[in-house]
Design a binder for this molecule. Structure first.
Ligand code: NAI
Ligand code: MG
Length: 355
């Protein structure tokens, strides 16, 4: 196999970010070694600590350097000491927009042995791939404030839906659905009320769907989808949805599929014009930071999404299989008292053992 070097930018971030990212790198090395893949990592100190020290969220020079990488692995950023929105808009959203991460991929999958609050739901009932739009909708930053602080204050936050933006994410979702056994795509929106945007999404799904005759198409209002994620998750295979709706239903998905410690994500630029960024869905968890209590599994599953995106499918499968085995073993153990690094070590060992 030809040797391949992946230039990986690493943003450990704040709180438990550095703890879980260390395990991610351990497992990536285990997946790569002996398979002609190596990771050349560069670490960037960004997040709350940098903001406190220098007032910077993402210096232009760092954005430029990140651009030169094949992928980015991010832990989590944020701390109660930083005003809300500073890091979200100044770092996370800025990277998503600058690097055109128009696909936010969030699997909602119940692994065997993992507990769910849903009675009677089996792993085969919950294997949903949510394709959330990442650069538009109400998160685009359009809107403004007038007469601030007066009784006549007005705040608007527009939802941006471009033909280009909707079409590219819908096409990506169809392509994913076509590769999966069930070949089903559900559009989640609220087209009975958000009629302008909803009609655009519906029309694009119809038109792009014509290119994928093997994929069956379904539709669900977002409020009903929230209900079905809980009552009938087996309804869904691939879900494509707006930025805000996707944010909300994937947190619900995380809660029913084993909790925030397992929820993985990828912020993807499918054309590879820019590096894609992979991160656990959870935040910096200041309440447990520095204690070795964080579950690194969400980060490890995010590295599997990264390997898959980089075309390293075999390595991705090794990581996913090792995580799945570890989750099953946990169920047999009962209470999992392992530290963050002990979990990482054992999963890395399983990855290496698969050769
Ligand atoms: P959080 O996800 O950090 O924590 C919520 C709860 O889940 C806490 O009780 C925490 O201990 C637990 N938890 C989270 N990850 C865990 C893991 N891997 N293993 C075990 N338990 C885990 O959300 P919260 O508390 O709302 O936010 C904390 C900080 O993180 C804030 O500053 C927030 O802005 C930031 N944040 C950053 C994100 C990112 O970097 N993408 C995403 C979400 C929040
Ligand atoms: Mg969220």
């Amino acid at each position: 196999m030809a040797a391949r070097t992946v230039k990986l930018a690493v943003i450990p971030g704040d709180g438990i970010g550095p703890e879980v990212v260390a395990e991610g790198l351990k497992v990536l090395d285990a997946a790569a070694s002996g398979h002609g893949i190596s990771f050349e990592t560069t670490e960037y100190e960004l997040g709350a600590s940098r903001w406190h020290a220098t007032g910077e969220t993402l210096p232009d020079s760092v954005e430029e350097e990140l651009r030169g990488h094949d992928a980015i692995l991010l832990g989590a950023v944020g701390d109660p000491s930083v005003p809300s929105g500073v890091l979200e808009r100044g770092l996370l959203l800025r990277l998503r927009f600058a690097f055109s991460h128009y696909v936010n991929l969030r699997p909602v999958r119940l692994y065997p042995g993992v507990g769910t609050p849903l009675a009677g739901v089996r792993p085969e009932d919950m294997d949903i791939l949510v394709v959330r739009e990442g650069t538009e909708g109400p998160y685009a930053g359009m809107g403004g404030v007038l007469r601030k602080g007066t009784p006549d204050e007005i705040a608007t936050q527009d939802s941006v839906n471009t033909r280009l933006g909707v079409e590219r994410v819908v096409r990506y979702a169809f392509a994913k659905a076509a590769q999966r056994p069930r070949k089903q795509l559900t559009l989640v929106h609220k087209d009975n009320v958000l009629t302008f945007a909803g009609e655009l999404w519906q029309r694009v799904v119809r038109e792009v769907g014509a290119e994928f005759p093997g994929v069956s198409v379904d539709y669900s209002h977002v409020d009903a989808a929230a209900m079905f994620f809980v009552s009938q998750p087996q309804r869904f295979d691939v879900v494509v949805t707006d930025n805000l709706f996707g944010d909300i239903i994937t947190d619900l998905g995380a809660a029913v599929a084993g909790g925030i410690g397992l929820a993985a994500s990828g912020n993807i630029n499918p054309e590879n014009d820019f590096p894609s960024m992979f991160e656990p869905v959870h935040g910096s968890a200041p309440d447990i930071a520095g204690q070795g209590k964080a579950d690194p599994t969400a980060t490890l599953l995010s590295t599997a999404i990264m390997l898959d995106h980089l075309g390293l499918d075999a390595a991705a499968s090794r990581v996913e299989r090792a995580v799945s085995e570890d989750l099953r073993a946990r169920a047999e153990l009962g209470a999992d008292e392992r530290t963050t690094s002990a979990i990482g070590d054992e999963i890395a060992k399983r990855v290496a053992g698969q050769g």
